[in-house]
Write a protein that binds this ligand. Structure first.
Ligand code: NAP
Length: 433
């Protein structure tokens, strides 16, 4: 039987797009690619903003400047969207799907905003919509959740899914830097953007949590906001306390089943015990830790960003979509479990690390302890450090409700002997209680 030829339109020739085109045209990979796709793959156009800039490894005659026209071309079987952003990107993807072309994308923002609708559109038109590279770059976690773990009940997913923040926190931990120094270093090395908001305020991680949640638990992808806290308030003294207490601070994304149909999705910094596998994920690496009902704990580790690692995930999707097309089929979209409801985050319990900047005078500790007691937050351990204007009280609580911790902090904030609340960070799987 003759091997079919499938045509690809690629939008974007930046970090990921260029690496993808180079992979696809690498002569040493051709046999494996034809084998994986069950077809030969041909790029018919690469859309960019500026067609005059030379792109290493890309034939200049392929460059076009109209992504919508490329998406609409009848001879494009698979559209590979590697431009990013939600507008007008959505219209390019919808145009391709409407005419039955499959779409492969690395676009977490778009998938988190309208993934359910796009997946439905793909299905209605007999096409695939695949987005492996949208979460944790080169780590093949989406297909693992979608296929290998399809029959498993997932109770919790913990992810270090943002390399920039993991790099910053790693530098704070290993080099003793404060937040501003570590951020500046991340920017100088190209790990952080000039405007780092999307990373350090955890917008990027929150979109990835949404996508993981849809696959692990069955939530819809329609731009719902989830509980989000970034790392900008983490101080060197918090990192130091954590280290001495046997923890490391990481920004984690959490998807957690609570009871049968309750759900918590959130991102926040957390103290992670040094013996937990996620504690060993350093620098810009990503990891996803999955707890299945019967599988027990599983973890994937790898490069969450970078053109080449991310392009391998894109390639995996392209080969899958090609194989499907060559055999006249497509994947069914992920199903949405309508019974799931977001729990009240105030009801969730955790061990907490709390730190207070206090006046250096007698009686302060007794006052503070009284406030904890009134709100039923019990103290597991306490450390008094610093002198004068540097005086600080740091606590690890026993398991406490978020609502009670929050009311404790509100009352502490009113005390004349408390200068400021320095930190309130949850402890994951840690100690006591
Ligand atoms: N970089 C990573 O490590 C990574 C990891 C995981 C996922 N992703 C995702 O992959 C996607 C691409 O990321 P990237 O880092 O490769 O981005 P990038 O380096 O900024 O490249 C974006 C490309 O898209 C083109 N483009 C953007 N808007 C366009 C428009 N309106 N018309 C035509 N072309 C347009 C740009 O053209 P010009 O070159 O002419 O400006 C550029 O070639 C994003 O969704 C991102 O979130 C990236």
């Amino acid at each position: 039987m003759e091997t079919p030829n499938l045509r690809l339109g690629v939008i974007g020739a930046g970090f990921v797009g260029r690496a993808f085109v180079q992979l696809l045209t690498d002569p040493s990979r051709q046999v494996a690619l034809v084998d994986g796709a069950n077809a030969t793959l041909e790029i018919v156009g690469v859309a960019v903003r500026d067609t005059t800039t030379p792109r290493e490894g890309i034939d200049p005659s392929l460059l076009v400047d109209d992504p919508l026209a490329l998406a609409a071309r009848e001879d494009v079987d698979i559209l590979v969207e590697l431009a990013g952003g939600t507008d007008p990107t959505r219209s390019w993807i919808e145009t391709a799907l409407h005419r039955g072309a499959s779409v492969v994308t690395a676009n977490k923002a778009l998938m988190a905003e309208c993934g359910t609708e796009l997946a439905r559109l793909a299905h209605d038109n007999g096409a695939d919509l695949l987005y492996e590279a949208s979460v944790a770059g080169g780590i093949p976690i989406i297909r693992a959740l979608r296929t290998s773990l399809a029959g498993e009940k997932i109770n919790r997913v913990l992810g270090i899914v943002n390399g920039t923040t993991n790099f910053i926190l790693s530098q704070m931990t290993s080099e003793g830097r404060d937040y501003a120094e570590a951020l500046a270093e991340a920017q100088a090395l190209g790990y952080a953007e000039a405007d780092p908001t999307a990373d350090v305020e955890a917008f990027d991680a929150a979109a990835k949590v949404q996508i993981l949640s849809s696959l692990a638990i069955g939530t819809a992808l329609h731009g719902e906001a989830i509980s989000r806290e970034g790392i900008a308030k983490v101080r060197a003294v918090d990192v130091d306390f954590a280290r001495r207490a046997g923890y490391v601070i990481k920004l984690i994304g959490v998807v957690e089943r609570v009871g049968e149909h309750g759900l918590s999705r959130r991102t926040h910094p957390a103290l992670i015990p040094l013996e937990h596998p996620l504690a060993a994920v350093h620098g810009a690496m990503n990891a996803v830790f999955v707890e299945g009902d019967k599988s027990g704990p599983l973890m994937w580790l790898g490069q969450g960003a970078g053109g080449e690692p991310t392009a391998t995930a894109v390639m995996g999707d392209v080969l899958h979509a090609a194989r499907n097309r060559a055999s006249g089929r497509h994947d069914v979209p992920f199903s949405v479990d309508d019974r799931l409801t977001n729990v009240d985050e105030g009801d969730l319990t955790s061990v907490y690390y709390l730190s207070l900047d206090v006046l250096d005078e007698p009686g302060v500790l007794a006052q503070v302890a009284g406030v904890f007691g009134r709100h039923e937050v019990s103290i597991q351990s306490m450390e008094q450090s610093g002198f004068g204007s540097e005086a600080r009280l740091s606590f690890l609580t026993h398991e406490a409700r978020a609502r009670d911790v929050s009311s404790t902090l509100d009352e502490l904030d009113q005390l004349a002997s408390v200068d400021s609340i320095g930190a309130c960070i949850r402890v994951i799987d840690g100690g006591g209680a």
